[in-house]
Design a protein around this ligand. Structure first.
Ligand code: KG4
Ligand code: ZN
Length: 348
């Protein structure tokens, strides 16, 4: 192996994930342990449970990754770890592990903002996926997940211009809340997506938060409240019957707002390249509609495969590759932060 690999470590929420990515963005290996079963009884992520699970899962995953890919520590040039934003106890497990590996194995260390990881995920490649022809910086990126709904002009590593963000709930949170109200399962987005397939997206007219305001911010709390009110008027039998229509209409409201703002951002930025990443970009209606929209507008849309959309360490390793190529490194002072740092995002 002639190009040094970057090891990525992701523990910011409830997925423990490690990856090896080479200097061209090629994913040599990716291994993840999901914690859904541990959090399901509580209907949401319990921070203390998440930290404990990371502690148990992380080092065995690193060993498996190295063994299964036949990688020696001599092949690894740097360790990139999500250091912000996220659950502080969860981040701590990843950061302490990365710092220890860097110290003991004499590797460079890189602290990555999790949202930047989502934004560079489309640049990854493997035997089944590569970015569309011509897709490169600068591009407009919508990072849409359980924790964030952020719209950026992405110019390069560490050069993320924030164009808009949610002022309340994230889109993924909105999906999860509807799933909870309808008792569909946890985490809820994928169940809403499945249930919506047999529903009518026009059955209910849910609010499109901030749709007609000039800025590029989002708001999803009104949508949740509207759904809550609608559900409260239904008997259990009626609710069972209405579930698919509720999911389809609610999903329609989210997809419509996301694409509307993305379209506005593309027009304002005058760019050709665009990506949607983060857990919600796994949504089948969003993927279909975004693909149609990009084709109609002549935009180059990168939609990474689902394994790189939801939380994973390959995207963190890719951010590490880009930062190391730009000469950005951290040292043993690196510490986790529940929030993004000043300077992570540039204003426009
Ligand atoms: O990026 P991610 O794995 O973790 C965070 O950084 O939050 O995103 C998780 C979010 C959850 O809210 C989950 O319900 C949502 O992504 N999600 C979906 C779908 N798959 C995952 N939302 C809508 N449709 C889906 N198919
Ligand atoms: Zn995420």
């Amino acid at each position: 192996m002639n190009l040094p690999l970057v090891m990525g470590i992701e523990t910011s929420c409830d997925d423990t994930s490690v990856a090896l990515v080479d200097q061209s963005g090629y994913v040599v290996g990716l291994k993840s342990a999901h914690q859904n079963a541990a959090h399901r009884p509580f209907g949401g992520v319990v921070p203390e449970v998440a930290s404990r699970q990371h502690t148990e899962n992380l080092l065995p995953l690193v060993d498996d990754l190295m063994n299964e890919t036949g990688t020696g520590w001599g092949d690894v040039g740097a360790v990139a770890v999500t250091s912000r934003p996220g659950l502080i106890g969860s981040l701590l497990v990843g950061v302490v592990t990365a710092k220890t590996i860097a110290l003991l194995k004499h590797k460079k260390l890189i602290g990555v903002n999790h949202i930047e990881g989502h934004l560079v995920a489309p640049l990854l490649r493997d035997s089944d996926y590569q970015p569309p022809d011509g897709f490169d910086f600068p591009y407009v990126g919508l990072a849409v997940s359980g924790g964030h709904t952020h719209l950026f002009r992405v110019e390069g590593p560490g050069r993320l211009h924030l164009l808009g963000r949610t002022v309340d709930d994230a889109a993924g949170e909105a999906f999860d809340k509807l799933a909870k109200m309808l008792r569909l399962g946890f985490p809820g987005g994928v169940f809403v997506d499945q249930t919506a397939r047999t529903g009518n997206p026009k059955a209910y007219r849910f609010p499109r938060g901030m749709m007609h305001e000039k800025h590029l911010n989002f708001s999803f709390s009104g949508l949740k409240t509207a759904a809550q009110r609608e559900i409260a008027t239904l008997s259990p039998e009626q609710l069972e019957f209405a579930k698919a229509d509720l999911c389809a209409s609610y999903q329609e409201a989210i997809v419509e707002v996301l694409l509307y703002k993305l379209d506005k951002a593309m027009t304002a930025m005058r760019l050709k390249n665009v990506t949607i990443s983060g857990g919600v970009s796994a949504n089948s209606a969003l993927r279909e509609r975004a693909t149609e929209w990009a084709r109609a507008q002549g935009y180059t849309l990168a939609l990474p495969p689902l394994k790189y959309c939801t939380d994973n360490a390959a995207m963190i390793a890719e951010a590490g590759v880009l930062h190391s190529q730009a000469g950005h490194f951290a040292d043993q002072e690196l510490s986790p932060s529940a929030r993004a740092l000043d300077g992570d995002f540039l204003s426009t």
